[in-house]
Unconditional design. Structure first.
Ligand code: MRU
Length: 359
């Protein structure tokens, strides 16, 4: 058993204290550390939609607490109306972003907990919801730790690890997914290098991954997305580890735009390509990647940088936030229960066999 390394110099991505929800505003990092209290369903929806809290697992945890925050405003209702309102608020929060399955997964879990409860008073049903949200939060930390333990052997003395976007502590409430093996290898004293893609258009790699790894004392080098192939050609990358927003039953997976290109180039250079996937991100009800809805975001995320226009006015823009990588390009999924290799359809189903957590 590997102990969980401390990366406590980072503020908590999400905190639930005295029945109040607060998040670290990730759009302000790394320049400003701003913790924001969220007190209404609308504030939680906007925080998720605007990426102040982002990353698939963190979105799931924020939504679970967000539902508790939302339902506090309905405590005065008769219990039947409270339950009807609960379903409405869950559907509303679920509409904040479409691609990361953790959002609908955690909200469904919250609704199931309420359905299973015989509570006849709104205050006791709200307590059931809060307990379920705390359980989802606790489990998220445990999933990250499990991924770290199983991914640890992939990081060897002197190796180069490439990652994309931010699948780190900031994207979860624990050690991150793609970064969990990195933090554990670092804590174990292994010497290795990490290359962080900057991840245009919103720069999660530069602003978040480079920041949190640097804070933790990991040897991290920032590159632009277009430099990855050149680093690989020079023999500097031994393994690629990325996160994911949704893994379909056949192993096709969605992740931040640019992941597909990385997977193709990794195959060209015969570099192992791993996807860190907690069971909360596994969607066994989606058969293949073709069925994954890809979020399209605003044009100005591409035409502007920090409010400054960088493209001509009236420019036509395409801004898909994620892409889908076919399972044939994946070496393995690092899950909390072990590394899953091909054939993925069979091996993912065997390991996670349609449990409540993937339903
Ligand atoms: O748009 P974002 O920043 O929410 O996208 C995040 C990613 O694509 C991450 O790689 C993914 O959610 C995995 S986070 C552990």
């Amino acid at each position: 058993m590997v102990s969980t390394p401390s990366i406590s110099n980072l503020p908590a991505t999400i905190a639930w204290e005295n029945d109040g929800l607060s998040i670290l505003d990730q759009t302000r990092l790394p320049h400003e550390t701003v913790v924001e209290k969220l007190t209404t369903a609308e504030e939680v929806w906007r925080a998720i939609h605007e990426l102040r809290v982002r990353g698939a697992p963190a979105i799931g945890v924020a939504a679970a607490y967000g539902l508790c925050v939302a339902m506090r405003a309905s405590l005065h209702l008769p219990i039947a109306e409270f339950r009807a309102q609960l379903a409405k608020q869950a559907a509303y929060l679920d509409s904040a972003r479409p691609t990361a399955v953790n959002l609908s997964w955690s909200l469904r879990r919250m609704l199931q907990a309420a359905q299973a409860s015989p509570a006849s008073e709104t205050a006791s049903l709200l307590r059931v919801l809060i307990d379920e949200a705390v359980a989802i939060h606790d489990e998220d930390r445990a999933l990250c730790k499990g991924i770290g333990e199983h991914g640890l052997p992939l990081i060897t003395e002197g190796c180069g690890v490439l990652t994309h976007c931010n699948a780190g502590a900031l994207a979860t409430t624990g050690l991150g997914t793609a970064t969990a093996p990195i933090y554990m290898a670092h804590a174990a004293g292994t010497k290795f290098r990490v290359y962080a893609d900057e991840t245009r258009p919103l720069l999660q790699g530069a602003r978040l991954t480079a920041y949190e790894l640097q804070q933790a004392g990991v040897d991290v080098t920032l590159i632009t997305d277009s430099m990855a192939a050149s680093l690989m050609a020079r023999g500097l990358v031994d393994v690629v580890i990325v996160g994911t927003d949704r893994v379909a039953a056949n192993g096709d997976f969605a992740n931040k735009i640019g992941t597909l290109a990385l997977a193709i180039v990794s195959r060209h250079f015969d570099i192992p390509f791993y996807v860190a996937c907690p069971s909360s991100t596994l969607d066994l009800h989606t058969a293949t990647g073709d069925a994954i809805v890809i979020e399209q975001r605003r044009d100005d995320e591409v035409t502007h940088l920090y409010g400054q226009r960088i493209a001509p006015a009236n420019m036509k823009v395409s801004n898909p936030a994620f892409d889908v990588t076919p399972h044939e390009l994946v070496t393995g999924f690092i899950t909390e229960r072990g590394i899953v290799k091909a054939p993925f359809a069979r091996n993912l189903a065997t390991l996670f066999a349609m449990e409540g957590d993937a339903a």
